[in-house]
Design a protein around this ligand. Sequence first.
Ligand SMILES: Cc1cc2nc3c(=O)[nH]c(=O)nc-3n(C[C@H](O)[C@H](O)[C@H](O)COP(=O)(O)OP(=O)(O)OC[C@H]3O[C@@H](n4cnc5c(N)ncnc54)[C@H](O)[C@@H]3O)c2cc1C
Length: 385
Amino acid sequence: MASCTTVGVTPVAGPTFSYWRKDGGHLENFRSTSDLPRVQDIVIIGSGLTGAACAYYISQTAGSSSIPTTTVLEAREVCSGATGRNGGHLRPEALASFSKFSETLGLDSANEIALFEVANAEAVKELVQTEGIDCDYTQVESANVYLDGSLASAAKSQIGELARSGYDIVGKIQFHENPHEAEDVTGVLGAKAAATFPAASIWPYKLAVHLLKIAMSKGVQLQTHTPAQCISSTPNDNGYWVISTPRGDMMAKTVIFATNGYTPNLLPEYAGTIIPVRGICSHIQAVNTSNPAPVISETIKTMGIKHSPGCQDYLITRPDGSIVVGGAWKAVRPGPRDDWYNVIDDSQLIPAAVNYYDGFMQRTFATWENEPSEVDYLWTGIMGV
Ligand SMILES: Cc1cc2nc3c(=O)[nH]c(=O)nc-3n(C[C@H](O)[C@H](O)[C@H](O)COP(=O)(O)OP(=O)(O)OC[C@H]3O[C@@H](n4cnc5c(N)ncnc54)[C@H](O)[C@@H]3O)c2cc1C
């Protein structure tokens, strides 16, 4: 049998507690069996949105025949990686994709990627509707708010370029180049310009866990607190890969790595290609809960607030009027790079950003200027970049 040569570092125990995981649920620490199944057709490593979607689609494709034997391994509690700790945006950000990809891949490819993002958001909507998934899916108008003049000008010329080239994606974006109008529409103090477009917000943990539940109802197994420590470098003579865990070895014909920023821990060949980046996020609510929290704007419910190149906050309004906002790059970037770059430890906050969200709503929105608020959840998560 091919031997397992590397023992990978696995996600850390005791991650910071995110708002999205507050309601828990019976899958948190779930194990389908007390002993691990030793042989499976498919092992999926990771129970975030990627692992859950793989499990779901595997469970849907078999028709009336039985599905391939499939186990999802999760190192910690279910969905305790980025999916359980993100910003809740379902946001095809056409402009950002465009600027990123038009330089490297050309305008046609950038347009194709932007349209793919739009189609993907539409597909998630359909999935949520078809399966009746209770994940607070809310269709919204979203905004990119530019606080920096050079970013506003760049966005304006990009929109112009898109319009001149006749790309479809431009029809989905409305650009407010007048600062007063941008401030009025978005509610953000000091806005220099804003681009608005349709998007949605969701409770990502609930979406992933629901997909897992459907897959499990068709026979997929879930094994939490079972880190894959290493995988054999080649399959054995019968075509099985060997996956080592603290609960013993498993064998599988197919191994799916749904391990996001942790992937290089198991597949060292991805070190330097997939970089784990630690991000920070918060939940803010108005202190005076007897009144509904003020809206940030009548029309805009989610946004990316762009302070300067590379420094943004991303924010959604929850159905109860509270706010999930993350990024804090304005505070994080001037701090030590080792606090966020190539970091897999989400049990710690980013020191430079610990107090960043105190008073954030009052500093940022006209409607919250006199509204006392508190940051009741502050957490970090690991992105695979
Ligand atoms: C703070 C933050 C904010 C974000 N905001 C947004 C947003 O608003 N909108 C958006 O679209 N995206 C956002 N993202 C990105 C988004 O969350 C991720 O792209 C998405 O959740 C990735 O899903 P995934 O299943 O691939 O990875 P994850 O959800 O990270 O799942 C990977 C899983 O693999 C497990 N795992 C890793 N190694 C092993 C192992 N050896 N054995 C067993 N299990 C293992 C982990 O514990 C984890 O549960 C954000 C991310 C962060 C961190």
